[in-house]
Design a protein around this ligand. Structure first.
Ligand code: ADP
Ligand code: MG
Length: 327
């Protein structure tokens, strides 16, 4: 069997099956946005790592090295935010082709450092290796957990499913750039996404969120992770999914459906969470950003998206899967 048959998530499942961690200080191992470990002083640390490769995850004719570094850091910050944790310590490993300009290489790491520092974390080390051709980077980020650790496995039947901000902007930007459009209104959503670190801090103390993850692979696919880990089904109403005016404008220009981007586009880096419906007003008061209920947690095991007429929508692709291209 080839990796593209097994898929990214099938592969991660295999890895999970041959790990046997029985240490008492591991609170959460493979399968969430971060692992969580407990130190002897009782602190709980959330740890995540994310790798990005030129040509696969970014193009240096679309983004500056600084933006590439900053985006890569954002992916990690978003995972730490998804645990409700506070970003603290970062490490970056870079694979750099020797022909690369020193200034560009420095700017790549400067992007990592500045984005980490913007959100309260600092870079403490890493590794540097030579690459044949393509630039690669891998970031490890540690965060300090707050009172409530937001896991993927806590969603309860009856909870609502809600999302911060809006969705599809990053996928819209990529579609517009690929089509050769200039002056793309939502380009910043792809080039300089903002991780929801501050919102996580504001929401955590309320204790109302039952499960959370960040939208990195696409709403439907990421909601699927909640289903799988929590043993529930999720019903999403397409008509409720928040889409910005900027994203709608791009869809108009390209004669595309913005809903497809919002449901299946990746790298929005919004928080997707479940909570009791009655907690939504106080969550909204604290959030400092629009929260939108997009569905609810139901008995079952999968994600169903319904359209205007309450009929299930047939989706062309579920979201991002690193080996299968689109699942
Ligand atoms: P996210 O999109 O939140 O970064 P991923 O889908 O990349 O999460 O990963 C899901 C889980 O699988 C995480 O717990 C991650 O640490 C784990 N994981 C991914 N790849 C590997 C690997 N090669 N070995 C071990 N664990 C992995
Ligand atoms: Mg994540």
């Amino acid at each position: 069997m080839r990796l593209h048959d097994l898929g990214e998530f099938g592969f991660i499942d295999s890895v999970r099956r041959f790990t046997h961690c029985s240490r008492a200080d591991v609170i959460l191992a493979i399968g969430d946005d971060c692992a969580v470990i407990e130190t002897s002083s009782g602190d709980r640390l959330a740890v995540t790592t994310d790798a990005m490769l030129e040509g696969r995850h970014f193009r240096l004719d679309w983004l500056t090295p600084y933006q590439v570094g900053s985006r890569a850091m954002t992916a990690c910050l978003s995972d730490v935010a998804a645990m409700g944790a506070e970003p603290c310590f970062a490490f970056v490993s870079t694979a750099l082709p020797p022909r690369m300009e020193v200034e560009e290489a420095e700017n790549l790491v400067r992007g990592v450092v500045d984005q980490a520092e913007r959100f309260g974390a600092c870079l403490l080390g890493g590794d540097t290796i030579a690459a044949h051709e393509h630039v690669g980077l891998d970031i490890i980020l540690l965060g300090r957990c707050r009172e409530h650790i937001w896991r993927r496995d806590g969603a309860c039947v009856g909870d609502v499913l809600a999302v911060t901000g809006d969705l599809g902007g990053s996928a819209a930007a990529v579609a517009a750039k690929s089509a050769g459009l200039e002056g793309i209104p939502c380009w910043h959503r792809y080039a300089a996404p903002v991780p929801r670190v501050a919102q996580a801090a504001a929401l955590n103390s309320l204790g109302a969120i039952t499960a959370c993850l960040d939208v990195s692979d696409g709403l439907v696919q990421d909601a699927g992770h909640l289903c799988e880990r929590s043993g529930v089904g999720i019903a999403i109403r397409a008509g409720l999914v928040p889409i910005s005016e900027e994203t709608r404008k791009v869809a108009q220009d390209l004669r595309s459906d913005p809903l497809t981007w919002a449901l299946t586009g990746g790298e929005d880096f919004e928080l997707l969470f479940t909570a009791p419906a009655e907690a939504m007003p106080e969550l909204q008061d604290a959030a400092g950003i629009a929260l939108t209920v997009v569905g609810e947690v139901v008995p079952g095991s999968e994600v169903v998206v319904t359209g205007e007429d309450d009929q299930p929508l047939a989706l062309q692709s579920g979201g991002w899967n690193h080996f299968g291209a689109r699942s």
